[in-house]
Design a protein around this ligand. Structure first.
Ligand code: ADP
Ligand code: MG
Length: 411
């Protein structure tokens, strides 16, 4: 007896645990599927079908139990090998199609091949051939919203076949379709099965399930009937053209080593990004505008901040916060005052930290203009005054050093 392609032993899956209550979704599934089989897994909603499909497709890991793929224990595969399995051994078909809305039918079908690192020319040709084979030759440029439900599901089947799709996992593929389109999709799956693909069809609909050669019924996470178990002749109906477990294992070991050219992937990623931006031109423009406004306001805020900082510094300068007064008066009135001489001033002026220095002397004095008297302060300074106090002359000009040196006018 040959190795089954898929062999599940006592597979269990529980969600929750810890704080949340544990839900046992799969409670011990034993299942073998051979190359070339067309299997339907049927059961009521919530019986665990999708959970089982995710485990079969290596999208999820079981909580316990053993999954052997082509004789290989899946738990022992590294992430590259798992990625290879998902990408090249399985093809997924979902109730909701899961197509990329911004891509054409052709681009959606090509998507898995991009990840497999297949050169563009080969990809285009293969996707076009698949779409042609599924009756969509005239729709390759249409985007998903320009296709009917049945056509979208055919595009998603073409996508599942893009990298080979040896095992087609279809979760309620007809669930969202009218009966006519549903029948078309079923005929297609039928054909694929007869060409040697393993088709695993998941459905809650017994009529749909009846199209399969083997029907497995699942209830509350347990298999309650399996037509192959009940009638052993079903199991041996494997298609002679089917890809055997041995082939897949060989490819598994070869495929995980081949890594796609990163340059090609980068170009494809840039293309995809550009396409999405181009399709949503208005949104892209708004986004760009938003970025421009954001950057511009940061620049403006920085400039305003710098400007007001300078203004504040200038005002602080006018307050005289950087002026130090040195006087001869004693802190204690009983001690005699000292004397600051012009020699001291000259000595202080030689300090690097002192920018300007000037001797001052002054006293309160009465000022009278017309009949208004005002007590003010009158002082003597030198030419440094406007700079030190940051008081520019409003009218006329300040006296200069030459003025200072001029002989006093005789009275
Ligand atoms: P089916 O596809 O047969 O309708 P599912 O496999 O989707 O059923 O789900 C089976 C049960 O597992 C449901 O009761 C669902 O609520 C539960 N379930 C599925 N996924 C999760 C999850 N991630 N966390 C908790 N419970 C889940
Ligand atoms: Mg489901």
């Amino acid at each position: 007896m040959q190795t089954p392609l898929i062999d599940l032993q006592d597979i269990r899956k529980a969600y929750g645990g810890g704080d949340a209550p544990q839900v046992h979704v799969l409670r011990g599934i034993d299942l073998s599927i051979h190359a070339g089989e067309f299997v339907a897994i049927v059961g009521a909603s919530g019986s665990g079908k999708s959970t089982l499909m995710n485990i079969l497709g290596c999208l999820d890991r079981p909580t316990s139990g053993e999954y052997r793929f082509a004789g290989e224990n899946v738990a022992g595969l590294d992430s590259d090998e798992l990625a290879w399995l998902r990408r090249e051994a399985f093809g997924f078909v979902f109730q909701g199609y899961h197509l990329i809305p911004s891509g054409s039918a052709q681009e959606n079908v090509e998507m898995p091949a991009i990840y497999a690192g297949i050169p563009a020319a080969e990809r285009h040709a293969r996707a076009a051939a698949l779409l042609d084979r599924l009756g969509l030759a005239s729709r390759t440029g249409n985007r998903p919203h320009q296709l009917s439900g049945g056509q979208q599901q055919r595009v998603s089947i073409a996508r599942a076949l893009m990298n080979g799709g040896h095992i087609i996992l279809a979760d309620e593929p007809t669930g969202a379709l009218d009966s006519h389109s549903g029948a078309e999709v079923m005929t297609l799956l039928d054909e694929l099965a007869s060409q040697g693909h393993v088709v695993i069809l998941i459905t809650h609909d017994r009529e749909v399930a009846a199209r399969a050669k083997r029907i497995i019924e699942i209830r509350d996470g347990l298999i309650i009937s399996d037509s192959a178990r009940d009638d052993p002749t079903v199991q041996t109906s494997a298609n002679p053209g089917a890809l055997q477990a041995v082939d897949l294992r060989k490819r598994l070991s070869a495929g995980a080593e081949a890594t796609g050219a990163w340059k090609g992937e980068l170009i494809d990623a840039v293309h995809a990004a550009w396409r999405v931006m181009w399709i949503n031109r208005f949104r892209t423009a708004l986004t760009l505008l938003g970025i421009i406004i954001g950057v511009a306001s940061v620049v403006v805020m920085l400039a305003v901040g710098e400007g007001s900082k300078r203004q504040v510094m200038a005002q602080m300068g006018a307050f005289g916060s950087n002026i130090i007064y040195l006087s001869g008066s004693a802190p204690n009135p009983r001690t005699p005052p000292g004397v600051v001489t012009l020699a001291d001033v000259a000595a202080l002026a030689s300090l690097a930290q002192v920018k300007r220095i000037m001797p001052v002397n002054g006293a309160e004095a009465g000022v009278r203009y017309g009949n208004v008297d005002h007590m003010s302060y009158v002082g003597g300074n030198d030419t440094n005054f406007p700079t030190i106090f940051n008081w520019p002359v409003v009218q006329g000009s300040y006296f200069t050093e030459a003025d200072e040196k001029m002989p006093r006018p005789s009275r």
